[in-house]
Design a binder for this molecule. Structure first.
Ligand code: ATP
Ligand code: MG
Length: 306
């Protein structure tokens, strides 16, 4: 496990005014990390990830058995921050039946004809399951805040401050509703630097096996870096609550980001204090009966297959 004190620096304080420059993108560059050295950190991060995966698999089983809660993990980031890789690495040990991933792209015409939360509402995890939103309803206060022309029919051409404030309020109410109904919500912003994004785009442009990952739109959006940053700061500040917290995860080093995300998820599920359902005395008696019947069975040879 990561030292909880160390982890706290990535947790956003509910109600605080977030300034992304206060959060590191490369944790290995901090004084505390420099003392340890990059190799030690990389090794330790791998151990934490492996340990967390095992614990997550156990926690997921318990989540399924107790059938009282669901978990919603929201992942947001600038392009190439590592959302896909984080999902792949963190969830790799979890029973696929207990976990679902939804990736949200540009909304369809049908989706735009509904309220902005509609398509997300339909994709929420049911009780006992972990649901991952790879992008989410936060896009509706991020990408469209940078590009209001993508808001869709029925929206104002030039949305003002109160338009966005109402959306934050809608999101807060939506999350409150989910949380009251047994959903544990964890929101991660993978915080990558502009320099690191450039490196990753160049890798996509240079390595033939990564060409497919590059989209010209990525470069266009990079031009709006500052506006995205501001949109993220506003959205995170307005929607970080005790029940539905944001984590700003340093993402310039993939192994650091993955270890942090995995650790936060495991700890939060463990903190729910779930228990395997207790079997009633009546059911126990029936189980004993069934066992006696099975053990005393005389017709084991009835099977007609040779
Ligand atoms: P990758 O990291 O592999 O590029 P991605 O999540 O960026 O994955 P893409 O298909 O490249 O996936 O991009 C999805 C696009 O859909 C993003 O540019 C995102 O901003 C956009 N999008 C998502 N939700 C909305 C929304 N509600 N309104 C407008 N655009 C949206
Ligand atoms: Mg993309």
């Amino acid at each position: 496990m990561i030292n909880p004190k160390l982890l706290r620096q990535f947790a956003v304080e509910p109600g605080s005014e977030v300034s992304l420059k206060d959060y590191v993108t490369d944790w290995t560059e901090t004084d505390e990390a420099k003392e340890l050295g990059k190799d030690v950190i990389k090794e330790r991060a791998a151990e934490i990830l492996a340990e967390s995966r095992k614990q997550l698999s156990e926690a997921q089983e318990l989540l399924y058995a107790s059938d009282t809660h669901s978990v919603l993990i929201v992942l947001q980031a600038m392009d190439a921050a590592g959302k896909d890789g984080t999902i792949r690495h963190v969830m790799s040990g979890v029973n696929p039946q207990g976990c679902q991933v939804f990736s949200f792209k540009k909304p369809s015409a049908e989706e735009l004809d509904h309220n902005f939360l509609w398509r997300y509402m339909k994709s929420l995890p049911e009780r006992g399951r972990i649901g991952i939103f790879n992008r989410s309803y936060y896009e509706d206060v991020l990408v469209v805040k940078v590009h209001p022309e993508w808001l869709g029919p029925g929206s104002p051409a030039k949305p003002d401050k109160s338009f966005w404030e109402k959306r934050y309020e809608d999101i807060n109410n939506f999350e409150k509703h989910l949380s009251r109904n047994g959903t544990l919500i964890l929101k991660f912003f993978l915080h990558v630097s502009k320099k690191e994004q450039k490196k990753r785009f160049l890798e996509r442009l240079t390595n033939p096996e990564k060409h497919w990952k590059f989209s010209e739109a990525d470069l266009e959006e990079r031009e709006h870096w500052k506006s995205y940053r501001k949109a993220f700061e506003d959205a995170i500040s307005a929607t970080c609550t005790k029940k539905s917290p944001w984590w700003i995860v340093p993402a310039d080093r993939k192994y650091v980001a993955r270890a942090i995300v995995a650790d936060v998820i495991v700890t939060a599920i463990q903190d729910l204090g779930l228990k395997y359902p207790k079997v009633s005395d009546e059911k126990l008696a029936r189980l004993a009966e069934a066992r006696a019947k099975l053990e005393g069975g005389k017709n084991d040879d009835d099977d007609e297959t040779p």
